[in-house]
Design a protein around this ligand. Structure first.
Ligand code: SF4
Length: 758
């Protein structure tokens, strides 16, 4: 429906879900309509109507989640008032003053008794940049706790660690997503974009047309079918290759591809000599991974490995191709060897001479809406705003000056997500947890243990928009604004900083986390300023980021508005120009200044492509690092002989806290299921449509079986969007990658048996 002629103009914003951040217009409801109006089906009418908007990432498209995103604004159980658990064990409505007084009083008491580390904070990759920044500042300056981390640790932390190590800088895609369209070949490792971010598929068109889309996935996903729609037939659109390795052996595929490049003298030696270091050691390390040996471990035919290596080399600019990209997703990153596997992907891209060239490159497909910005502004346990290390004295001094505190008062590094959750309520561990925008009892690995640890806390406070499974366990639930109800910024998978705009008022007493944290800071006696206007917070964030690798100091809400109006947006790094930097340096530390005009921020055009001249390493060269295959932390064995892999479906997002509340989506995929190959079904006695029991070393769940030859006969697949009896993260292992602390969501060992009715 289109707004009436006298209706307010549509509000240009972006989708609330994934990191593609598709452009959309929100048309506020016509006068006399919502809020409060009731539609024909008895549900409260929606306050806005969603329409797709032309934007470079989505080209005017939206997926089903985006089209229906307004429904979450009026979820039937939307949180609209603070809730406090009473003596009867039930959550009951209360006032903001009562809830915040209670939280502040108990936080102060726990910190006084056990020390500041007794209070922990868990953030989210869906929070705006302003909220993520404020959360980190609140933890470090008010709570003075080192224990803050976020669910982005589960998302792409291994790719971030590998990118930082190789290039000195982590930006998911160091190039505009539209660059992909000109490539002859794209190697897509562990990413099912056709379901997770469907509009992204348009950017694969060039490679598909050239027969160069290579998808590596143990499952013939919707994306794998784009590369090979009719396995073995050689027919149809989208000629390419689907490699279907044994789960947990992606590393072997990558090592073998590099081996072939070197054995067949296809590497770009000139590029390597000029732009990378460490090549000789890496070359020696892959000598043992000739394709026939790799095939015995990963199960991919040796000739397929050779074919793909040659295809990538032919597409690379050094051999006259139009360009090639290597892209990684959660399938290879959510691994106990995630940093090493992404490093192997980077080594391959460097050997092909792709990185830092227009039209070629390596990138990580960040998943959560603000997965990129969420990791830049200080809610990671080891980082301060500007993507600065928290143990760097110069970084501490800079950020402390912006905050108006003594650098010595800032805590040091804390515990990363899994270790943080595991430590809750243990002797010496945190006694209270504040959760912002994360549903950890569904989305964290080994979820039953997480539930146990939350139960051991003295205080659990959850800020959210709906009563998620985690919120339902809380002592205090604080209702927050979301997406179309607030102003702010998000940074998408390309490092493009985007404006989120308010199109409607929040329901009831829901308030922004910016206000909630400021109120808590005041009640806790802090004299640190906590602005609540998102434009002011952004200005402060920009100052805190100045000089860091993720430099936003040349940005402001107004500047972003101006640049987004012409469809471009602005990419970081975007430093302030010398004139505006001089103005800022004359301001006293900790004093908030509003600078919203273009002129006060300067005219730096932003940086759509990084690494073109040099990498962000001390010598400007990319670092190649020797890595080797280690296998899954929880590998198959006689009592758990089947690989379990997990992933998403088109209709649901993450823990499903939002999308389960959208009837149109819920009807399409109403319950969890397990995909298994008919051969496995026959072997274990689980028929198509029957109830299967899956058991790992951590738990037992049940789900309806779906027979399909899209999975290997040694593997089952389950989506992870559900809680309860079909919650697959009750099975996944919380073994973590030693470099990034990324847990191994993507593979573990299970037994599969039929559920026999008593
Ligand atoms: Fe939203 Fe992602 Fe779907 Fe785009 S692809 S509409 S950003 S969920």
């Amino acid at each position: 429906a289109h707004p009436a002629a006298d209706a307010p103009a549509p509000v240009a914003t972006h989708c609330p879900y994934c990191a593609l951040q598709c452009g959309m217009d929100l048309a506020p409801a016509a006068p006399g309509g919502p809020p409060g109006a009731v539609a024909a089906d008895g549900r409260e009418a929606l306050p806005v109507t969603v329409a797709p908007r032309q934007f470079p990432t989505n080209g005017g498209g939206l997926c089903q989640k985006g089209w229906t995103s307004a429904t979450v604004l009026r979820a039937t159980d939307r949180l609209t008032t603070p809730l406090v658990r009473g003596a009867d064990g039930r959550l009951a409505p209360t006032s903001w003053d009562a809830a915040l007084d209670l939280v502040a009083g108990r936080l102060a008491a726990l910190a006084a008794e056990h020390g500041p580390g007794a209070v922990a904070v868990f953030g989210g990759g869906g929070l705006t940049n302003e909220k993520a920044y404020t959360l980190g500042k609140f933890a470090r300056t008010v709570l003075r706790t080192p224990n803050i981390d976020y669910n982005g640790r589960f998302c792409m932390s291994s790719a971030a660690a590998a990118g930082n190590r190789a290039f000195g800088l982590d930006r998911g895609l160091p190039f505009p997503v539209t660059d992909l369209g000109g490539a002859d070949a794209i190697l897509l490792l562990g990413s099912n974009v056709a379901e997770t971010m469907p509009p992204f598929v348009q950017h694969l068109a060039g490679a598909r047309a050239a027969g160069g889309l290579v998808v590596v996935d143990p499952r013939r996903s919707a994306t794998a079918r784009l590369a090979d729609p009719s396995p073995g037939s050689g027919q149809g659109l989208g000629e390419g290759v689907h490699l279907q390795p044994v789960p947990g052996t992606d590393m072997v595929v990558l090592l073998a591809l590099l081996h072939v490049l070197l054995a067949e003298r296809l590497a770009d030696r000139e590029y390597l000599a000029e732009r990378a270091s460490g090549f000789d050691d890496v070359a020696r390390s892959v000598a043992a991974w000739w394709p026939e040996r790799a095939e015995t471990v990963c199960g991919v035919p040796a000739e397929e490995l050779r074919r793909v290596a040659r295809l990538l080399a032919a597409a690379s600019p050094s051999r006259g191709g139009r360009g090639a990209y290597v892209l990684t997703g959660r399938g290879v990153e959510q691994s106990a060897q995630g940093t090493a596997t992404v490093t192997a992907a980077i080594n391959l891209a460097l050997a092909l001479g792709l990185v830092g060239r227009v039209g070629s490159g390596y990138g990580c497909l960040t998943g959560q809406g603000n997965g990129q910005g969420g990791r830049e502004h200080g809610q990671k346990c080891d980082q301060l705003p500007g993507y600065r290390r928290i143990d760097d004295p110069a970084a501490r001094a800079h950020v402390a000056a912006v905050w108006g505190v003594d650098a010595g008062s800032l805590p040091g590094p804390g515990l990363p997500a899994v270790a943080l959750l595991t430590s809750l309520g243990t002797p010496g561990g945190p006694r209270a947890l504040l959760v912002h925008g994360s549903n950890v009892v569904v989305s964290a690995p080994n979820a039953d243990r997480v539930r146990e640890r939350l139960a051991a806390l003295d205080l659990l406070v959850v800020c959210d928009v709906v009563p998620s499974e985690t919120a339902l366990l809380a002592d205090v639930v604080l209702p927050t604004t979301q997406w179309a109800e607030e102003e702010g910024t998000m940074t998408n998978l390309e490092g493009r900083v985007l404006r989120r705009r308010r199109a409607t008022a929040p329901p009831g007493a829901a308030r922004s986390e910016l206000w909630i944290l400021a109120e808590l800071a005041r009640r806790l006696g802090s004299d640190v300023a906590f602005p609540t206007d998102p434009a002011d917070v952004f200005d402060e964030l920009a100052r805190a980021s100045a000089g860091g690798v993720a430099d936003y100091s040349g940005l402001s809400h107004a500047r972003l508005d101006a640049h987004e109006a012409d469809g471009a947006g602005l990419y970081w790094p975007c430093p302030a120009t010398p004139d505006s930097a001089a103005q800022e340096s004359s301001e006293p530390p900790g004093v908030m200044a509003r600078r919203r005009s273009d002129s006060s921020r300067g005219e730096h055009p932003g940086t759509p492509r990084v690494f073109l001249d040099r990498f962000a390493t001390p010598d400007g060269r990319a670092r190649m690092v020797v890595v080797d295959h280690a296998g899954p932390a929880d590998d198959v064995r006689p009592d758990a002989p089947v690989h379990l892999v997990t992933g998403r479906v088109l209709q649901h997002y993450q823990s499903g806290a939002q999308t389960h509340r959208v009837p149109e989506l819920e009807r399409l995929v109403p319950e969890p299921y397990v995909e298994l190959h008919p051969l496995l079904g026959l072997r274990v006695g689980v028929g198509d449509g029957a109830l299967a029991r899956l058991a790992s070393a951590r738990g037992v769940i049940e789900a309806t079986a779906r027979w399909t030859d899209a999975v290997r006969p040694d593997t089952v697949f389950m989506p992870f969007h559900w809680s309860g009896a079909g919650s697959v993260n009750r099975l996944t292992t919380d073994a973590v990658d030693p470099v990034s602390a990324m847990p191994e969501f993507k593979v573990c060992a299970v037994s599969v048996t039929p559920v026999v009715e008593p």
